[in-house]
Write a protein that binds this ligand. Structure first.
Ligand code: URA
Length: 227
């Protein structure tokens, strides 16, 4: 794998920051200065500032994201990040994003390849949201959400929508555009007042309280790969 990917998988830094370390001449591969295009194989010895750097095992974590936490690496407003909540020795990062006020199922991993696949629209990962909304959506409105509607960044794909209570909608989508659920519900005249993701790619929050996380079972990782 490329040297920056190796450093990221070793938990040293993000790929972008790893490139900076490489450019600064702080990384060697078998004693030679590493370059941005250096490829690393398992027998190679990689060092940062003279200390050996080794790969971490691939790790997959499901977090019950509590409200008020951000999915980005750091927050100008100083809110806690989801990465800080996951106290694991591997450097896992979130797959996709949830808004700060959204709660629910969030996958974090250091498996860049799987993260990339899952985030790609062609992969069609199912995400199931529960939204409290203003007003009481009608059957027609639910069918409209299902057929797809026009947002300012294009039409939404097919979805499933059903009412869980007069002002509570379960919306199941396969895309992950920014603020998508809030924008869809606002577009049909029912702004969201609370948003929760109960299911991501078949993974549910069973057994987890807000703020808690668990590692995925090998069989769960397998089925994510096979999708
Ligand atoms: N859609 C949103 O509007 N917000 C989220 O956090 C996730 C999906």
């Amino acid at each position: 794998m490329r040297l920056n990917a190796y450093l990221a998988r070793a938990g040293v830094a993000s790929r972008r920051k790893a490139d900076e370390l490489i450019k600064a001449g702080r990384v060697t591969v078998n004693g030679e200065p590493g370059q941005l295009n250096t490829f690393v194989q398992s027998r190679d010895r990689v060092e940062l500032d003279g200390s050996r750097v080794e790969l971490q095992r691939l790790t997959y974590v499901l977090l019950y994201k509590p409200p008020g936490t951000v999915t980005t690496a750091s927050d100008p407003q100083g809110r806690p990040t989801v990465v800080r909540l996951v106290d694991h020795q591997a450097r896992v990062v979130p797959v996709g994003r949830l808004d700060a006020d959204t709660t629910g199922a969030l996958l974090l991993t250091n498996d860049g390849e799987l993260a990339h696949q899952l985030a790609h629209p062609s992969y069609e990962v199912e995400k199931v949201y529960e939204a409290d909304v203003e007003g009481e959506p009608s059957d027609d409105t639910l069918r409209h959400l299902e057929r797809g509607l026009e947002l300012d960044d294009g039409p939404t794909g097919p979805a499933k929508a059903r009412l869980l209570a007069p002002s509570r909608v379960e919306l199941s989508i396969h895309e992950g555009r920014k603020h998508q659920v809030k924008r869809m519900l606002a577009a049909v005249g029912h702004p969201v007042t609370r948003l929760h993701r109960g299911r991501y790619a078949g993974l549910t929050l069973e057994g987890l309280e807000p703020g808690q996380w668990r590692e995925l079972e090998p069989s769960e990782v397998e089925s994510l790969r096979k999708r």
